[in-house]
Design a protein around this ligand. Structure first.
Ligand SMILES: [Zn+2]
Length: 291
């Protein structure tokens, strides 16, 4: 069964000490590049869409393409809605066919974050086998027009984790641990590995209850990625890296072939660039052969 939610694959990843890549796509060619790389590597996969591309491409079109592509592949593929701050939009995506939804109420006070997250969890669990990701603390940078400046960044408070997870019923938990969206301005971003390890012990010490998500994968040095996996991260979000790869590949091709008017060749070049980038991530995350 290749159309799945995120839970089972991430429980497997947590137990097996590897991580599943969650790749943000904005068009069909990127989607196909990401899927092909994972099929060839026999790796489980999470496809992510931010809210803007969902509005631009239309929700039912995205789900039809996802089902058609994922249904034919023998690796588990989840379709995840990333960083949605609108409860009704989360519900609409759950109704349309997303298999995992992130309600991001992390900018709200704790009680309000719990209330909104719980509402989405109750809805998603009642309409189907749809899993939900919630976030506590805020990840700095810009993701799909949600901007968090560094001074407003708040790391996840471990004392609130159990209460948040129990009160909301979330299936996946994203604690803010110092990783950031966009591109890191320094070679050594300040990431609180111990905080992640502490949270992992709280939630998944005895048995894996709530897999942990690491946001802001782009630009993290390889040894950081490996350490975050060791500490218990099992879903790695990669957005900016793919966007840059896509735009650079398209720009390069057009610059070098300004007189050519064959979109097929351009698409192939860009898709291969995406595949090469995704293969680097699969190697770092250790997900090859785990499907
Ligand atoms: Zn994120």
């Amino acid at each position: 069964m290749s159309i799945v939610n995120a839970r089972e694959m991430l429980v497997g990843a947590t137990k097996g000490h590897y991580a599943v890549g969650a790749f943000n796509i904005t068009n069909l060619i990127q989607l196909e590049g990401v899927v092909e790389a994972h099929v060839e590597a026999k790796a489980p996969l999470i496809i992510q869409t931010s809210v803007s591309p969902v509005k631009f491409l239309e929700p039912d079109v995205i789900v039809s393409v996802y089902r058609s592509i994922a249904g034919k592949r023998d690796i588990p593929i989840c379709l995840h809605l990333d960083h949605c701050t609108d409860i009704d939009f989360c519900k609409m995506c759950a109704d349309t066919g997303w298999t995992n939804v992130m309600i991001d109420a992390s900018k709200q006070p704790f009680e309000e974050n719990v209330r909104q997250t719980r509402e989405v969890v109750e809805y998603c669990h009642s309409v189907g086998d749809i899993t939900v990701e919630g976030e506590l603390g805020t990840v700095s940078g810009v993701e799909d027009q949600i901007k968090v400046v560094e001074d407003e960044t708040q790391l996840c408070n471990p004392d609130q984790v159990l209460e948040f997870v129990e009160a909301t019923g979330v299936d996946l938990f994203a604690p803010a641990i110092g990783t950031a969206h966009g591109v890191y301005k320094t070679k050594n971003p300040k990431v609180d590995f111990e905080r992640l390890g502490m949270i992992a012990k709280l939630l998944n010490g005895e048995k894996v209850n709530t897999p942990l998500v690491v946001h802001g994968g782009t630009g993290l040095p390889e040894d950081y990625v490996k350490r975050l996996i060791e500490m218990g991260g099992s879903k790695f979000n990669v957005s900016t890296d793919l966007k840059r790869t896509w735009i650079n590949a398209v720009y390069e091709y057009i610059s070098a072939n300004r007189e050519e008017y064959d979109p097929g060749k351009l698409d192939k070049h860009a898709k291969n660039a995406i595949k090469a980038k995704v293969n680097e991530w699969i190697a770092m995350l250790g997900s090859a052969g785990k499907a």
